[in-house]
Write a protein that binds this ligand. Structure first.
Ligand code: UT7
Length: 322
């Protein structure tokens, strides 16, 4: 029996750090409001010309180094992003070229903030069925480019960055279970209402930004994340006492705390990066994992629960023995 396991992690954050205070000069907000309502203190913002693929490549190189593999070992690349460099080719193909890897499958996954969990689900299936032996999974996002910098209800919440993992075939799991869901009826609550077939050219100036009904998204996120955590524990016949670390999507500290409380997990066992990174969408889980691996909190053999929720709505979880 073949399983998949996380062999190494990497992360990349743009150099520019933007503090909450800076928003006080741009929109009608305060540092206190942003901290209290979201837990965010600062975020990183990509430099002019810095792209999703640039950040993805930087995170990928670190993950490969940590895993002790080189580009010749990689036989699958999946990039989760909702902020691709171009409509096509996929960001995964651009990353592949930059890494000088040839003739292996490379594609993007578009599942908004749940993208990394979707990628992990897909790559795990590739590896378990013999379709790949060493996969590079990257979540990379440049949300600063789809923010309306005059809309205080969204512009303070997001940041840029990339996280990556190398997933390898192994004799023991690794990835124990993945659970992915979607319900398209919530499209209007969280969207960038512009695209190619719906007339990007006419609308892009006015509407190619995040539109979010924050409070409704918040309520649904808390409900669904609680449910999926329970679903994951039940599917594996374990309880919350078996989980060493909850590594959730980092959208809002209050959502994270509510999920931990529903699970009965103390915050000491939750990895939180939303304060430093804000919401980096599909990059947030691999980035948080990388932070906690590199600072020594997450250790080999520990049991990790990942969970995410995002536009679509999409949501998902993964139980992983690191
Ligand atoms: O990653 C994808 C999923 N996304 C999320 O999970 C985000 C989910 N939503 C949230 O994180 C929260 O709903 C927010 C942080 C966006 C907002 O927190 P809230 O407690 O739900 O506040 P609210 O939307 O109910 O707004 C409360 C008030 C409103 O004023 P009124 O109508 O009560 O007078 C807003 O206009 O806060 C106002 N407000 C602000 N005030 C100062 C909204 N944004 C700001 C701001 N500064 N930046």
């Amino acid at each position: 029996m073949t399983y998949s396991t996380i062999a190494g992690t990497g992360g990349y954050l743009p150099e520019r750090v933007m503090e909450n205070k800076e928003f006080e000069k741009i929109v009608d907000t305060t540092d206190e409001w942003i901290r209290e309502r979201s837990g965010i203190k600062r975020r990183h913002i990509a430099a002019d010309g810095e792209t999703t693929s640039d950040m993805a490549v930087a995170a990928a190189r670190k993950a490969m180094e940590a895993a002790g593999v080189d580009t010749g070992d990689i036989d699958l690349i999946i990039v989760s992003t909702t902020t691709p460099d171009k409509v096509f080719p996929s960001t995964a193909c651009i990353v592949q070229r930059q890494l000088e890897i040839r003739n292996i499958p490379a594609f993007d996954v578009h599942a908004a903030c749940s993208g990394f969990i979707y990628s992990l689900d897909i790559a795990d299936r590739f590896i378990r069925t013999g379709g790949a032996g060493c996969a590079l999974l990257i979540g990379s996002e440049t949300y600063s480019r789809i923010l309306d910098w005059t809309d205080r209800s969204t512009c303070v919440l997001f940041g840029d960055g990339a996280g990556a993992v190398v997933l390898r075939a192994a004799e023991a799991p690794g990835v124990i279970s993945t659970h992915i869901h979607a319900d398209g009826q919530y499209e209007d609550l969280l969207q960038v209402p512009a695209g190619i077939s719906s007339g990007y050219d006419q609308v892009r100036k006015a509407r190619a930004y995040i539109h979010m009904k924050g409070h409704e998204v918040f309520r649904k996120a808390v409900a669904v994340l609680g449910e999926i955590a329970r679903e994951t524990l039940a599917a594996n016949q374990i309880d919350e006492g078996d989980i060493d670390w909850l590594i959730p999507h980092q959208a809002n500290l209050r959502i994270i705390a509510a999920t931990a409380k529903r699970l009965g997990l103390p915050m000491e066992r939750v990895v939180v990066t939303v304060d430093e990174h804000a919401n980096t969408s599909s990059a947030s889980i691999p980035l948080a994992l990388d932070v906690a691996v590199r600072d020594g909190r997450v250790k080999r053999g520990e049991l990790l629960l990942f969970e995410a929720f995002g536009a679509g709505f999409t949501w998902g979880s993964a139980l992983v023995r690191y």
